[in-house]
Design a protein around this ligand. Structure first.
Ligand code: N7H
Length: 463
């Protein structure tokens, strides 16, 4: 068995691993001026670099809820990396280099209509602050807003977790996450505690029942990635510049949720099928509102909520429809158009989303945030290739579309095959309002990037 790599928790940003748990967040998006962007970028980064929260501080806070007044994360656009003299990092990933607004196959509204990151308001530096105490969070935010750096504030978004960690459609979120492989000390203590388990029929390994282990290079540059054919073995790290090590790629999308539209349209579909609307909504998600999966509704404990697979219990979608959101974006132990179940582990993402807006307000939804090291093969594959396509992820079967996040072209119909029959709609319940693809550097890289004379002196001029 290959040894798992040591993870440098003092270098990795806490928003990547283990994620922020605080109740409140504030996202500040800045645009660099065209005139001397490097000076402005360095000035803004100088005010926050010393305050970036490490994974070790994040883990301590998660365990004890003390030790941090506010947590902070920083992410950068390709334009910022170019301004700082790092073309190599700016082109580290194709989708990131091109930018979210050019990824037309996501079927987003034209960027001119975006409220986040539209033309002239693209986010070059994203600062995410988090806190349980709103006064401390406001103070930390004000300090950054008051610093005069020459950068323009183009996005200022508050977010708050809803009680019970539900999202605005009323479903519990944040249940299923991949468990990172890796150790955190000389003694070989794993980052994610392991529960001894017998070998599983799907040949995958779990930190505890349901929480499948994934090699950390899927989420952090410079570390071993997941093999596409063997669920337990690593593949070589993606070749990247040294400064990318322990960094990650962030997908940020502001997704507005039309809750009245969702409730009315799902009630209509339920009436057509003669079933309870709550039952129909659970079939669209793949879980009940309290998080119980449709394939194991007897689950009660937090651990049991994620302890399920599909191949043995429900291969053809007779208990949980193939079109259910969680099944479209994670078919778990089932073969897909991309190959054996091992391949599915390479598409995993670390979800760090948080709800925004008050219940009953028309402006509410999810700030969808996720980390990976390949935006095309991870976020985009799930959100477009699988969610939007009835022929995937199961080959040769009618999967239907993911009616929660899937999108069709205007004027066309989306349909899903549920347990009691087929449903279709012309409505979208989730409206993308914009966002950005960003690079979230390690803490040491952030320091190096903001120091003008290091780490890459300009090449000597030819004589
Ligand atoms: Fe989804 N929802 O309320 O229906 N999501 N999601 N998501 N999502 C999940 O299992 C939701 C979105 C994933 O491993 C749950 O933790 C909503 C995007 C993945 O079994 C619920 C929105 C993408 C999983 C929701 C939204 C994903 C997942 C169950 C938008 C991009 C894990 C809770 C407003 C690819 C699946 C849980 C697994 C779970 C909802 C967006 C992906 C309730 C409302 C854009 C990978």
């Amino acid at each position: 068995m290959t040894a798992e790599p040591r993870l440098d928790l003092d270098d990795i940003q806490a928003h990547v691993v283990p994620g922020f748990v605080q109740e409140h967040q504030r996202l500040l998006g800045w645009r660099l001026p065209d005139d001397d962007p490097a000076t402005a970028a360095r000035a803004l980064l100088a005010t926050v670099t010393g305050r970036v929260t490490s994974a070790s501080a994040g883990l301590t806070y998660r365990a004890a809820r003390q030790g941090l007044a506010t947590a902070l994360a920083v992410s950068l656009s390709p334009r910022t990396l170019l301004a700082l003299g790092h073309a190599d990092l700016a082109s580290i990933d194709e989708a990131f280099a091109v930018g979210m607004s050019r990824r037309t196959y996501l079927r987003d509204p034209p960027a001119a209509r975006w409220t986040v990151g539209g033309p002239g308001r693209e986010i070059d530096i994203l600062i995410i602050l988090a806190g349980d105490d709103t006064t401390l969070l406001d103070d930390a935010t004000a300090e950054i807003l008051d610093s005069h750096t020459g950068c323009d504030l183009v996005h200022d978004q508050a977010a708050r977790r809803l009680p019970g960690d539900v999202e605005h459609f009323g479903f519990r979120d944040g249940v299923s996450q991949p468990a990172l492989r890796g150790v955190i000390d000389e003694a070989g203590t794993p980052l994610v505690p392991r529960t001894p388990m017998p070998p599983m029929p799907d040949h995958r390994e779990y930190a505890r029942p349901g929480d499948v282990l994934v090699w950390p290079g899927q989420f952090l540059f410079g570390l071993p990635r997941q093999s596409e054919t063997d669920p337990v073995r690593p593949a070589a790290a993606r070749p990247v510049p040294a400064l990318a090590r322990n960094g990650s790629l962030l997908v940020y999308r502001k997704l507005e949720q039309d809750v009245p539209g969702f409730l009315a349209d799902t009630a209509r579909m339920a009436a057509e099928l003669g079933i309870d609307p709550a039952d129909l909504r659970a079939q669209l998600v793949g879980r009940h509102p309290d998080g119980r999966p449709l394939v194991n509704p007897a689950a009660t404990t937090r651990a049991e909520l994620n302890d399920f697979n599909y191949d043995a219990t429900d291969p053809d979608g007779l208990r949980c429809p193939l079109s259910a959101h969680i099944r479209k974006v994670n078919p778990r132990d089932q073969e897909t158009d991309k190959g054996p179940p091992a391949a599915t582990l390479t598409f995993a993402i670390l979800r760090r989303g948080i709800t925004y807006g008050e219940p009953h307000s028309p402006e509410r939804g999810l700030l969808f945030l996720c980390y990976q090291t390949d935006v095309t093969q991870q976020f985009e594959l799930l959100a477009q290739r699988w969610a939007n396509n009835p022929e995937r992820p199961r080959q040769g079967m009618d999967n239907g579309m993911d009616l929660i996040i899937g999108r069709t072209r205007p004027g066309t119909t989306r349909r899903a095959r549920l347990l009691d029959g087929e449903v279709s709609t012309m409505a979208d319940y989730v409206h993308p309002l914009g966002g950005a693809y960003l690079f979230t550097p390690s803490i040491s890289a952030l320091r190096a990037l903001t120091t003008p004379e290091s780490p890459h002196p300009p090449p000597p001029t030819a004589r």
